[in-house]
Write a protein that binds this ligand. Sequence first.
Ligand code: NAP
Length: 545
Amino acid sequence: MARFDAIIIGAGMSGMYQLIRLRELGMSVRVFEAGTGVGGTWYWNRYPGARFDSESYSYGFSFDPELLQEWSWSEHFAPQPETLRYLNRVAEKYDLQRDIQFNAEVKSAHFTGEGWRVTLADGTAHEARFLITAIGALSAHTLPRIEGIESFRGPSFHTARWPKEGVDFAGKRVAVIGTGATGVQTIQEVAKTAGHLTVFQRTPNWCTPLHNSKITEEEQARIKQSYPEIFARCAETYACFLHTADPRNTFDVSKEEREAFWEKLYASPGFGIWVGNFKDSYTNREANAELSAFIARKIRERVKDPSVAEMLIPKNHGFGTRRVPMETRYYEVYNQPNVELVDSKATPITRITPTGLSTTERDFAFDIIIYATGFDGLTGAFDRIDIRGRDGRSLREDWASGARTLVGMLAEGYPNMLMLLGPHTALGNIPRSIEYNVEWVTALLRHMQANGLAMAEARPEAVEGWMQHVLECSVGLLANEVDSWFTGVNKNVEGRQVRTLSRYSGSAPAYRARGEAIAAGGYAELLFTPACGSVSDPASSSVPA
Ligand code: NAP
């Protein structure tokens, strides 16, 4: 059996960066990755139109100034192939592949008393003192629970398992099921070439324009000079984007001023309209209703058929209380003669058939079915691995009614298991959160090395304290009243029908402040076991911070 200092599960952005940092600590590391290449989200999500909604230059890794100067993003919001190329370049530069085993799906990870035994789908087992999960917050993709799904005779794809060779839609009858951020990107792209596209929408989402564009040479030069300021800005905003909430409340200003502000945001690139809006937009019901009415007006202006426009306007949740999909002429797609929108709440899909699908109203024939049906968010990727901690306790069972963590990175009863982007990590602009998580974990490991500590585990009272903080941060958010992965709901997954406290909704600076306080206090929230065996209590011992 192969032994390492650390095993990392996943070679996406977090696994890649953690590998770089652990090598610096002189640790032997093996990364197990189910795919055949690095990139995680950007490796798997190859669906047409996939791109991120963070400004490209705020999204890349910030830790390597040389790489920042070398790499030129071509668009303000880069498409998936470019991001995957970027991540491959990082892997090449740091020669990451030599420590990564591809085609290696982890089935189980069991705590042995001295570390972790990880078993792969091929039956091989590997041991390490530390287990680092880098498995992503949105990686466990879910197909809909619809009868007959195996019976369809044509090609069908979940967007997160898109074929590398791509799919030709020309002249084809295509169905897209799902209208989240992924569905929206897919639909606006597929509509360009499909013979006929039918969109099955269960819940409409509030979508706003991305306003993407190419980066000019002058902009490129300016971006490369401004990286320190760009990352400093990300470090101070609520969700690590370049945008952050306006300090005013909605009704602090006149109706005219409000409208002018919203018009400006609607016409500006990126997430400004969502995360750069009045600060009470997602806590004050009246403010949210007014903002939602503004966006609804925009949808009505853009969609020619008023009955289709009404179908596209959410009625059960306000703007921004679910993840806002960013779009590029998405609403105009519904003005095309080759596109039809079906209300899957009014007429649910009853079964997938060999030639298409049936709803309660009629039968449809398709050549291709696309499932843009999302992910078992935040905890789903953990559930798919049989993770057993101290005394054989099961993480899946421990988290059955909601995850419990310390700063999203540690769990009680799972010594030396460290989670990157675990539940209750500040999310937002993901690479920024990843870099923070990796640096925090690295500092903890350095502390353990320096002090001869073999094992670290979250104290129960520290987990309780953190969970209390997570709860307090969520109080008053209108998003709490809405089903989505934000609130841990996925109708396609057993046990995910009710809302849970699965997400950290405080600010990224507040999140980092907690992390810093733990480190500065000598990790008193953790129980350590010294290399010789007995439990050490840093709160009362002389172990230096
Ligand atoms: P999602 O937001 O969870 O959307 C899934 C969609 O599938 C929803 O419209 C859902 O309807 C529908 N659906 C699921 N099961 C269904 C069924 N049985 N019948 C009919 N419809 C069904 O998933 P996603 O679009 O993949 O996005 C997930 C997250 O990934 C996003 O919120 C975002 O954070 C991230 N993402 C980011 C980007 C980007 O950066 N640009 C792009 C894509 C995704 P209901 O709403 O009714 O459940």
